[in-house]
Ligand binder design. Structure first.
Ligand code: IVH
Length: 670
C-alpha cells in the first residue's frame, strides 16, 4: 500500500470502529458481530504498529489503555465546577419553583427533570471534535487530569460524529460503575479473600485514579454527560443541547424529561423513587434544571451553585420488620460482629434477611432487643443497617440484650482493646475461623499463590482434621490416602493440590514473609524488610532499633514483628517450613543486584520517572545509598524526573548539588 492509501485506510478503520463502538455501547444496538469488530481492530492495530507516524491518542486502539500515570497533573477548570443545592421535601421543591418564577417575573417555568447519578463528576474538553482533556471535579476550582483513564471508557466518544458542535467546548457528566460490574468485582475479591469494595461510587472514584489505564479499561466504567458549556452555544434550551450532544455521539441522560410545573416534577420524583432499583446503576435523587438558557442566564449563580437548578435527594429507603435473633460472627482477625437476623423483608429491590449491628455500643445505644420490630435502612452500602426500634410494638416481657462474653466459635473469653469498639477473640491459634482465615491468607494469590487450595478446600481439610495450621499444609503429601477419601477428591484433584503446594516452595522470600501473616506486614513492607534483612535469621535476631532503621517501619510494626518472633510456636513453624524447602532468604539473583557503589552518598529523588519513584529509591538503597526528602548542603545528588518542583531545582543549583537524570543514576550503579 502506498503511504497515502495506508493513511486513508487507517482513517476509515478508525471512523468505522468508533461508529460500531457507539452503536454497541451507547445505543446497545450493534450491527456487526464481535468477531468482525475484533478483526477490524486487529487490522488497525497492525497498521498503526507498522506506521507509528500515524499514531493518534484518540484511535479506537487506545481504548484498551496501557498508559501508566504516576502522578496526575493538577488542572485549573476553565469554568469552575459548581455543585447543586439539595432539597429533601415537597415544600422545598415548591419554594425552589417560587424563587425561580419570582426571579424571572413569570407565572410558569419549564424544567428538565433528570436522574441524579451517584458517581464521580468529570469535565471533558473537546477541540475540533476530539477529546483533549478529562479533569475530575477536585475542589471545584482545580482537579486532576485523568485523560488517559477516561479514554478507556467506551461510552465517552474520542472523536465526535459529524455535527454542529463548536470548535471548542466542555461537557460535564458523571462517571459511574454499573452495578453488575461492581458485583462481579466483589465476587472475585471475595473468592480471593481480599477486602470488598464498599459501594459503586467509591469504586468508580478509586478506579478513575488508578495509575494503570489498562486496569481502568478492565473495570468497565460508564458515563452520562448532562451539562454542555462553551462560548456562544447555538442552542436556546438545555434539552436541545442534550439532544445535540446525543447526535454528536455522547451518552446523555436518557430519562431526561421536560415538565411544565411542580406537578410534573412531583410525578417524576415519585416514579423514580421506586423505579430506581430497576436501573443497572445507582442514583441518589433527581436534578431539576430550568430549561431556557436565557432564563438560566437571568438567574445566574450564587457562590456555590446555580440558581436555576437544584437536586432532590431520595430518602434512604426504610422498612420495618421483626428482629428474630442476634447472632455473632468471628472474623479472620478475631473481631466479633453482631448480626441481626430479620424476618425477611423487601428493601430497595432485594430481600433482606440480615443486617449488621456493628458492635456492643451500637446495640446498647439503640437498645435493640430480640423480638423487637426494627427499622432497617439501605444507604449506598451493601449491608443494610438497623436505625431504630418501633417501641410501640415492644413486648412487655422483653429484656435488654446481653452481649456475649465468650467466643461463639471456641468459647474463649473475649477481650476489648483500649480505644477499640469491637470485641476480639484472643485465641488466634485455636479458633476455627481465625485459623481458616490465616490459611486463606497464606495460600492467596499475592502470597504463596496455591490456587489448588481455595477457601472451600481449606474448610474441607480443616473440618476433616487434616490441617490446623500453615505447617500442616506441607505434610499433606504424607496423607494421600486420607485425602483420597474426601468428597470431590479424586486422584486428579489430589495430584493437582499437591503439585500446587510443591510449586509454592519456589515463591520468593519477600512473599513468604507476607504470607506467614505477621500483623501489619503488608506486601510492600514485606519487600522493604526483605531488602534490609536478607534472610529470616537476620530478621529473627534483629533488635527494635535495627528494625526501626528500615524505611517505612514504624514502632507499631517493629513491635508486631518482635512479638511474632517471640512466640515459640512461630519459630518452630519457621524451622519446619525451612526444612520443607520454602524460601527464607533472598536469591543469588536478588543479591547480585546489590552493591555498595553508592555507600556514603545521599540522594533526593523528585519528579516522574519511567519506573516508579519507590523503585528508584529502592535501587539507591540496595546499592548502599541513602534517600532524603529535601535538598541540603549534605545532598550528594538530586535525581530529577519530569515535572519536578522548581524550588528543588533552584535550591540544588544554588548549593551546587549535581542534578542527574534517571539514566545517569543507572550509570552510577552499572
Ligand atoms: S448538573 C451546574 N445533572 O451532582 C450544574 N449534576 O450535587 C452542574 N450529578 O456535582 C451539575 N447527576 O456530580 C447535574 N443529571 C445531573 C447530575 C448531576 C449527578 C452530580 C454532579 C454534581 C452533583 C451536585
Amino acid at each position: 500500500m502506498s503511504h497515502h492509501t495506508v493513511q486513508d485506510r487507517i482513517e476509515s478503520l478508525r471512523k468505522e470502529l468508533e461508529e460500531h463502538n457507539y452503536r454497541y455501547y451507547v445505543l446497545a444496538e450493534p450491527v456487526i458481530s464481535d468477531y468482525e469488530f475484533d478483526k477490524m481492530l486487529e487490522e488497525l492495530n497492525a497498521l498503526e504498529k507498522q506506521h507509528p507516524e500515524f499514531f493518534s491518542e484518540n484511535s479506537p486502539t487506545q481504548r484498551v489503555g496501557g498508559t501508566v500515570t504516576k502522578e496526575f497533573a493538577t488542572v485549573k477548570h476553565r469554568y469552575p465546577m459548581l455543585s447543586l443545592g439539595n432539597t429533601y421535601s415537597d415544600e422545598e421543591i415548591l419554594e425552589f419553583d417560587e424563587r425561580v418564577r419570582s426571579g424571572l417575573g413569570t407565572d410558569s417555568a419549564e424544567y428538565v427533570c433528570e436522574l441524579k447519578y451517584d458517581g464521580v463528576a468529570i469535565s471533558l474538553r473537546y477541540v475540533k471534535g476530539e477529546l483533549v482533556q478529562a479533569v475530575t471535579r477536585g475542589d471545584g476550582v482545580q482537579g486532576d487530569d485523568v485523560t488517559a483513564n477516561v479514554r478507556t471508557i467506551k461510552t465517552i466518544p474520542l472523536k465526535l460524529k459529524q455535527g454542529n458542535y463548536p470548535d471548542e467546548f466542555e461537557i460535564r457528566g458523571e462517571i459511574f460503575m454499573p452495578r453488575a460490574v461492581f458485583d462481579a468485582i466483589n465476587k472475585e475479591k471475595e473468592e480471593a479473600g481480599e477486602p470488598l469494595l464498599a459501594n459503586p461510587r467509591n469504586s468508580a472514584a478509586g478506579t478513575l485514579k488508578m495509575q494503570d489505564s489498562a486496569v481502568v479499561a478492565s473495570r468497565k466504567l460508564d458515563a452520562y454527560m448532562y451539562f454542555l458549556l462553551g462560548e456562544n452555544l447555538p442552542f436556546k434550551t438545555h434539552f436541545e443541547s442534550l439532544q445535540a450532544a446525543k447526535s454528536w455521539g455522547f451518552k446523555v441522560p436518557e430519562h431526561a424529561k421536560p415538565v411544565q410545573n411542580v406537578d410534573g416534577i412531583r410525578k417524576y420524583i415519585e416514579h423514580w423513587n421506586t423505579e430506581r432499583f430497576k436501573l443497572g446503576f445507582d442514583i441518589d435523587g433527581v436534578v431539576l434544571k430550568l430549561n431556557n438558557y436565557d432564563q438560566q442566564k437571568a438567574l445566574g449563580f450564587t457562590a456555590k451553585s446555580p440558581r436555576w437548578a437544584i437536586a432532590y435527594k431520595f430518602k434512604a429507603e426504610q422498612v420495618s420488620t421483626i428482629l428474630n435473633e442476634i447472632t455473632y460472627q468471628v472474623g479472620r482477625t478475631g473481631a466479633i460482629t453482631p448480626v441481626a437476623n430479620l424476618k425477611p423483608v423487601l428493601l430497595a429491590g432485594t430481600t433482606v434477611k440480615r443486617a449488621s449491628l456493628h458492635n456492643a455500643d451500637i446495640i446498647e445505644k439503640l437498645d435493640v432487643r430480640e423480638g423487637d420490630t426494627v427499622y432497617v435502612e439501605k444507604g449506598g452500602e451493601i449491608i443494610p443497617k438497623i436505625v431504630g426500634v418501633d417501641l410501640s410494638k415492644r413486648h412487655n416481657h422483653s429484656h435488654p440484650h446481653r452481649y456475649i462474653d465468650k467466643c461463639p466459635e471456641c468459647g474463649t473469653e473475649l477481650v476489648r482493646r483500649e480505644g477499640e469498639a469491637a470485641h476480639y477473640c484472643p485465641n488466634d491459634s485455636g479458633c476455627p475461623p481465625q485459623i481458616k482465615g490465616k490459611l486463606e491468607h497464606f495460600v492467596g494469590r499475592r502470597a504463596m499463590n496455591i490456587d489448588s487450595l481455595g477457601e472451600e478446600t481449606i474448610a474441607q481439610l480443616f473440618d476433616a482434621g487434616l490441617i490446623h495450621n500453615i505447617a500442616d499444609i506441607f505434610t499433606l503429601n504424607e496423607k494421600r490416602e486420607q485425602l483420597l477419601q474426601l468428597d470431590r477428591m479424586a486422584e486428579k484433584s489430589v495430584n493437582k493440590l499437591l503439585e500446587g503446594i510443591e510449586l509454592s516452595k519456589k515463591v520468593p522470600y519477600e512473599r513468604v514473609l507476607f504470607a506467614i501473616g505477621i500483623r501489619h506486614v503488608g506486601e510492600t513492607t514485606a519487600k522493604k524488610i526483605a531488602g534490609a534483612f536478607h534472610n529470616i535469621d537476620a530478621l529473627m535476631n534483629a533488635t527494635r532499633e535495627q528494625l526501626l532503621e528500615v524505611p517505612e517501619v514504624g514502632e507499631i510494626l517493629a513491635d508486631s514483628i518482635l512479638d511474632w518472633f517471640s512466640v515459640d510456636e512461630h519459630r518452630e513453624m519457621i524451622a519446619f517450613l525451612r526444612k520443607q524447602g520454602l524460601q527464607f532468604e533472598l536469591s543469588e539473583e536478588q543479591l547480585s543486584a546489590k552493591s555498595d557503589k553508592l555507600a556514603g552518598k545521599t540522594f533526593v529523588v523528585s519528579g516522574v520517572f519511567t519506573r516508579s519513584r519507590d523503585e528508584i529509591k529502592n535501587l539507591i538503597e540496595i546499592n548502599g545509598g541513602k534517600n532524603t526528602g529535601s535538598v541540603s548542603g549534605k545532598t550528594s545528588y538530586l535525581v530529577a524526573g519530569d515535572s519536578m518542583g522548581p524550588e528543588k531545582r533552584a535550591k540544588a543549583e544554588k548549593l551546587g548539588v549535581p542534578i542527574i537524570t534517571e539514566a545517569e543514576l543507572l550509570k552510577l550503579i552499572e
